[in-house]
Design a protein around this ligand. Sequence first.
Ligand code: AMP
Ligand code: ZN
Length: 142
Amino acid sequence: MNGACIFCDIAARAVEAGLVYEDADSIAFLDTHPLFPGHVLLCPREHYVTLLELPTRLTGPMFATTQLLARAVENALDAEGTFIAINNRVSQTVPHLHIHIVPRRRRDGLKGFFWPRQHYTDDAAREAVRDAIEREVQKLKT
Ligand code: AMP
Ligand code: ZN
């Protein structure tokens, strides 16, 4: 995509960004509104909206690069760990796939951030959901 996508523009070097890494498949740069300093976004160079569109030839390299950047962020920011996240459509504000790599420390204030947990009403409800997902996996694999 050209012109309409800010992350395509960053990948094409048409827009400035705080680049931390690039290779033939991907580019990584500082988030302009970080959860914490060192919050990095890793994108495929090609325009895919969500993880579901990413071709499998890129899933391995992107995951390996996520590991590399998570280590680099931990070391550079002296962090205790990282939070790795992808918003797919819901809560996704930039429609070009990006992996958030966020340095974390215990008691850093992100505790409870995001999702209030729920319970399955009973074992049957849990089993119905488990079964539905397992069936879909089987369908998609055949
Ligand atoms: P999401 O809400 O998961 O789609 O995340 C989009 C992220 O992109 C947000 O954290 C923004 O702060 C970040 N962002 C938006 N525009 C830019 C930009 N030009 N350079 C770097 N980060 C950006
Ligand atoms: Zn794009």
